[in-house]
Design a protein. Structure first.
Length: 94
């Protein structure tokens, strides 16, 4: 999805909330070919700002950081829905 929409402004932000995993995250991403750098924060911030109570959690945010969609991709059908949500978000007038 990132390859398809990056040129239109899609950015992936991943936030690691688990301090015990911080040393293993970058090597894992490199080994799997994922090419974004995760940010780090803590649970209180994630819960307060975005209502995160567990991980993994996915959200599509607009350019102002507002939650527009909370996609849950489980299969081909829900992946199509995610793509439609990304299209809708990127096609909005600015």
């Amino acid at each position: 999805m990132l390859d398809k929409y990056e040129s239109r402004g899609l950015t992936v932000l991943a936030i690691n909330l688990e301090t015990a995993q911080r040393q293993s995250v970058l090597p894992l991403l490199a080994a799997t070919g994922i090419r974004f750098v995760p940010l780090e924060s803590d649970w209180p911030w994630a819960e307060k700002e975005y209502g995160v109570t567990g991980t993994p959690e996915s959200m599509l945010l607009d350019e102002d950081g507002r939650i527009m969609f909370r996609p849950s991709v489980r299969d081909a059908e829900t992946r199509v829905l995610l793509e439609r949500q990304v299209e809708a978000l990127l096609s909005r007038p600015r």
